[in-house]
Design a protein around this ligand. Structure first.
Ligand code: ADP
Ligand code: MG
Length: 255
């Protein structure tokens, strides 16, 4: 369905007990677009990404990826929770990269990238190795294929994590502060890989405080605070001329 947006959130809310963390979030990400999601700590950014990736279930509203409701099936105008198998199928198409690299420490970079296609898709080792090596080359780590995570820098580990997510051939990539845990001198190499992905047409939602990346790479910027979308638009415009005082206050701290 080429005309359907890749991600549609329609009045999505999420509560933990009495704490309403997402309050009627509506937004769209079109195919091939990069959206940057920014906002103060605790505003619900991670929770929103986790709802897209089946790590949380929305409390109200509708969330769909590639025209399919996430986590629910609709029949006779009613919603039914998806069976685990259906949910797993949806999840396979969505890649996620976290602040912490979460690589398997007992596996080499190459083995980390090969693991999911073998385990989840049931492909043979021989069949996935060439693709895994190509992905490591794409993130600039062809020479590090046989290194264990402990012998890679944080930036290199994060690039392996990106290659590992790409190995499942996702149609959507979610990044949750992928450079926040890195030493400053290692941030650029990870952002460069992400920029390359964007250039190749990957649809991405990126939670980040890197406003340079947002300005240069993102098609849209969404500012969240207190579980609501306060403001959104073309990054250069939002950054140059924020309309809301909460956006102004936030940007004055991170710019
Ligand atoms: P952000 O990523 O913008 O910093 P989060 O989505 O992590 O924000 O958190 C938003 C709010 O939701 C916080 O107040 C946090 O304490 C709460 N929260 C997140 N996950 C859970 C959970 N599993 N159980 C209870 N509260 C949670
Ligand atoms: Mg977060």
């Amino acid at each position: 369905m080429p005309d359907t947006p890749m991600v549609v959130a329609d009045r999505v809310s999420k509560s933990f007990g009495s704490n309403e963390v997402l309050k009627s979030i509506s937004l769209e990400v079109k195919r091939g677009e990069v959206m940057c999601l920014v906002g103060p700590s605790g505003s619900g950014k991670s929770t929103f990404l986790r709802c897209i990736n089946h790590l949380e279930v929305v409390s109200a509203g509708r969330l769909s990826v590639d025209g399919e409701l996430i986590g629910y099936r609709e029949a006779n105008h009613k919603l039914y929770e998806m069976r685990p198998k259906e949910a797993a199928r949806q999840r396979r198409d969505i890649g996620m990269v976290f602040q912490r690299f979460n690589l398997f420490p007992h596996m080499t970079a190459l083995q980390n990238v090969m693991e999911a296609p073998i385990r989840v898709k049931g492909l043979s080792k021989a069949g996935v190795e060439a693709n895994a090596r190509a992905l490591l080359a794409r993130v600039g780590l062809a020479e590090r294929a046989d290194y264990y995570p402990a012998h890679l820098s944080g930036g290199q580990q994060q690039r392996v994590a990106i290659a590992r997510a790409l190995a499942m051939e996702p149609k959507l990539m979610l990044f949750d502060e992928p450079t926040s845990a890195l030493d400053p001198e290692l941030v650029g190499e990870v952002l460069d890989v992400m920029q390359g992905l964007a250039r190749d047409g990957m649809t991405m939602i990126v939670v980040t405080h890197e406003m340079g990346f947002a300005r240069e790479v993102a098609d849209s910027l969404v500012f969240m605070d207190g579980g609501v979308v306060v403001e959104s638009g073309v990054p250069t415009e939002v950054l140059a001329n924020p309309q809301h005082h909460r956006t102004q206050a936030f940007l004055s701290k991170v710019l």
